[in-house]
Design a protein around this ligand. Structure first.
Ligand SMILES: NC(=O)c1ccc[n+]([C@@H]2O[C@H](COP(=O)([O-])OP(=O)(O)OC[C@H]3O[C@@H](n4cnc5c(N)ncnc54)[C@H](O)[C@@H]3O)[C@@H](O)[C@H]2O)c1
Ligand SMILES: O=C(O)C(=O)C[C@@H](O)[C@H](O)[C@H](O)COP(=O)(O)O
Ligand SMILES: [Zn+2]
Length: 376
């Protein structure tokens, strides 16, 4: 088992990473669990595949799992499900000092974490991430949220988990499409701040998606280490350091909104497209060369992630996509900072981006199956 610590004064926690950790959850979580009954929020897919295993793991240590099961998918990050979760936690008589378990992907983690943040003004929670995306990104760092009519993650709170247990064996039942989505957030750490890790991803991306144990463990551990360092430096995204984790997300969230947060485009796919767009837009601005932008697109496309928004079949133009972005949480006094690249492995926050130029760029990308040539 590998362990990464998220260093936050008085609220630091461990991310345990390894195979077969699910069966040790009762023992790992024991110091946090004060009552026999343990509330577990999950979705129907995770419950069907791994619910019994978690129930048995808790039972072995004398605990009883109590499950709340949501419908799978992004639609679960809703006001309705937030209310359902909070009312259920109240009915379960959860107190501030108790810990709720979020057992699932990023959707369940974000929803449950937000419910825990507001229940009685805040109770504890534990993340048991079951997707690659959740293990490398969403379970760490304490961003919790639901979606609102105006867009993605617009209602939420920073609320750190007390423990994260990432069992890489649980990924065995994850569909390939979801493995690729998680890989988008893995390669993100390379593109934004670690050129060596990006090169490792270029050589090993297919192994990660094929569940090669060594490659998967390296990908998860490197990603969590990078995220833990950034979160410790800028927990609430105030200095600009954490904003770099948003690479590809301003474009990506707009694409998710335009496709109605549906199965047509999953979060990881939107982020993959968003990172290609961020690289091409950086090339258009002369910050990186076309060859670097093409290298980013090639590495993302090599594992079967999408790289061309023209292929999505969305009807809107560049202005409509740019309009979604005005809801971005990074908006500041009328300007929207963008995470752009000075090099592969060197992201920065550009506060001088002209939205009309972004809209024109997106219009071009929507019209043609692009390559680096379309960036200018
Ligand atoms: N809080 C953060 O820092 C952060 C970071 C990245 C993404 N996110 C959010 O995370 C969400 C995406 O998370 P996701 O990609 O994990 O999607 P998800 O939670 O929807 O899970 C993807 C699918 O896989 C299924 N599944 C989960 N684990 C499984 C398993 N082990 N075996 C078989 N099926 C399984 C789920 O039921 C679902 O159908 C988005 O809402 C995104 O905004 C949050
Ligand atoms: O942890 C962060 O910070 C991130 O930005 C991670 C992202 O991968 C994640 O999708 C996050 O939820 C996006 O944040 P938001 O603030 O743009 O909603
Ligand atoms: Zn993300």
């Amino acid at each position: 088992m590998a362990g990464v610590n998220v260093e936050l004064a008085g609220r630091g926690y461990e991310v345990a990473i390894g195979g077969n950790l699910l069966r040790e959850v009762g023992a790992l979580a024991r110091p946090l669990l004060r009552k026999t009954r343990v509330p577990v929020v999950t979705d129907a897919n995770v419950h069907a595949r791994w619910g019994k295993a978690l129930g048995a793991a808790l039972e072995r240590e004398g605990f009883e799992a109590r499950f709340l099961i949501h419908e799978p998918g992004e639609g679960a990050k809703s006001w309705q499900n937030l209310a359902r979760t909070v009312e259920w936690l109240l009915a379960e008589e959860v107190e501030r000092g108790d810990h709720v378990i979020a057992f699932g992907g990023g959707v369940i983690g974000d929803l449950t974490g937000f419910a825990a943040a507001i229940l009685k003004r805040g109770c504890g929670f534990i993340q048991l991430p079951t997707t690659l995306l959740a293990q490398v990104d969403s379970s760490v760092g304490g961003k919790t949220a639901i979606n609102a009519g105006a867009g993605k993650n617009l209602v939420g709170a920073f609320h750190q988990p007390a423990l994260v247990v990432a069992d890489t064996e649980v990924l065995a039942t994850l569909p390939d499409r979801e493995m690729r989505c998680g890989y988008a957030e893995v390669i993100k750490y390379g593109i934004l701040g670690d050129a060596d890790f990006f090169a490792w991803c270029e050589a090993n991306g297919d192994k990660v998606i094929a569940h090669d144990e060594a490659a998967l463990t390296h990908a998860v551990t490197t990603s969590v280490t990078a995220k833990a360092r950034i979160v410790a430096e800028d927990e609430r995204e105030t200095t600009g350091a954490r904003a770099l984790l948003n690479l590809g997300h301003t474009f990506g969230h707009a694409l998710e909104a335009e496709t109605d947060f549906s199965e047509r485009l999953l979060h990881g796919e939107a982020v993959a497209l968003g990172m290609v767009l961020a690289a091409r837009y950086s090339a258009r601005r002369g910050l990186i060369g076309n060859l670097d932008a093409a290298r980013v697109a090639r590495a993302i496309g090599a594992v079967g992630l999408p790289t061309e928004i023209a292929a999505l079949g969305i009807e809107c133009g560049g202005e409509a996509l740019a309009a979604h972005m005005l809801h971005d949480k990074k908006m500041d006094a009328g300007t929207l900072p963008f995470v752009l690249l000075r090099g592969v492995g060197e992201a920065f926050l550009d506060r001088e981006v002209d939205m009309a130029d972004v809209a024109a760029f997106l219009g071009g990308q929507l019209r043609s199956l692009g390559d680096a040539k379309n960036s200018s």
